[in-house]
Design a protein around this ligand. Structure first.
Ligand SMILES: [Zn+2]
Length: 293
């Protein structure tokens, strides 16, 4: 069963029906998901943030025609990207859907993520990567076809593993070299050619922390639209080796007692935080049983 995390479809299932290009029946008015970087434009001053209605306010200049992505509360929802230099009129504000700012509710953050992911694909699928010609849409989906060479192109969604590694009552945490001192998270990385997701877990833990893991099991997955990842969450147990960060990508790595963790990932919306919240505390009875064996 899919886990209920922001950016997964279940969060908006009662509010949103996805549609593909070409499914638009008419130009009836609806709502707009205006994306500015990783922020969503909402009507300001409302207790409950609201998506702007169409038509687009004339002071907001779109990069392109708004694109239909589905039905929001039964009305067409279109999305458009605006550049960071667009200054919004006072009746609108841009609220982030990435990072620690949680003013957007999870449903709107999820819609914003979906819109941003689609817009990212649209911007990067204008030309054929095989021959350089302009691409045309394949009817009924987000794929594109090259009229010149016939190559088909489908949305690029990149699989990444993320893993909570346990040794008794301790968890393996790493600090990415780009993060501030004191902030830690879980080992994670992109799937490589020729490996299963479990093999990717083994390799990433070995590369980033220098240890071996066993008993790798799937925990859940999350769409991560920054810009287009699929985070696949795993649990694993320590099997051997001494912690040794790679010193390049990972500045620090170490074992932390589960009841004395350092600063955890900034976004409460992330699967990293979910893994800590759900699996961060060991089952006391299980541990006692293990100790008695
Ligand atoms: Zn081509």
């Amino acid at each position: 069963m899919s886990i209920s995390l922001p950016f997964n479809a279940a969060i908006t299932s009662s509010l949103f029906t996805p549609l593909s290009p070409g499914q638009e029946q008419d130009a009836s008015p609806g709502f707009l998901a205006v994306v500015q970087g990783y922020s969503l434009v909402v009507c300001a001053g409302s207790q409950q943030e609201l998506l702007p209605d169409t038509p687009l306010p004339t002071c907001i200049i779109p990069e392109a025609e708004p694109l239909l992505i589905g039905l929001w509360q039964g009305k067409p929802l279109r999305t458009v990207n605006i550049t960071p230099d667009v200054i919004l009129p006072a009746e609108y504000e841009a609220l982030p859907f990435q990072g620690p700012d949680l003013r957007l509710d999870n449903a709107l953050a999820t819609i914003a993520g979906r819109a941003a992911q689609i817009l990212h694909w649209e911007r990067r699928s204008r030309f054929c990567s095989h021959c350089g010609s302009g691409l045309a849409r394949i009817a009924g989906g987000w794929g594109k076809r090259c009229p010149a060479c016939g190559e088909d192109h489908f949305p690029h969604i990149h699989p990444c593993v993320i893993v909570l590694v346990r040794r008794g009552t301790e968890l393996l945490l790493i600090r990415n070299a780009a993060w501030n001192t004191g902030r830690f998270s879980l080992v994670a990385g992109f799937l490589d050619f020729g490996e299963s997701l479990e093999e990717c877990v083994q390799r990433e833990v070995r590369e980033e922390a220098g240890i071996e893991v066993t008993n790798i099991r799937y925990a859940g997955s999350q769409c991560w639209p920054f810009p287009s990842q699929q985070m696949v969450g795993f649990l694993a147990d320590y099997a051997g080796g001494e912690v040794k960060p790679d010193g390049v990508e990972v500045a620090e790595a170490g074992w932390f007692r589960e009841d004395a963790l350092p600063v955890l990932p900034g976004s409460k919306r992330s699967i990293a935080r979910w893994l800590f919240d759900v699996y961060g505390r060991s089952n006391v009875e299980t541990l006692q049983e293990r100790d008695e064996m």
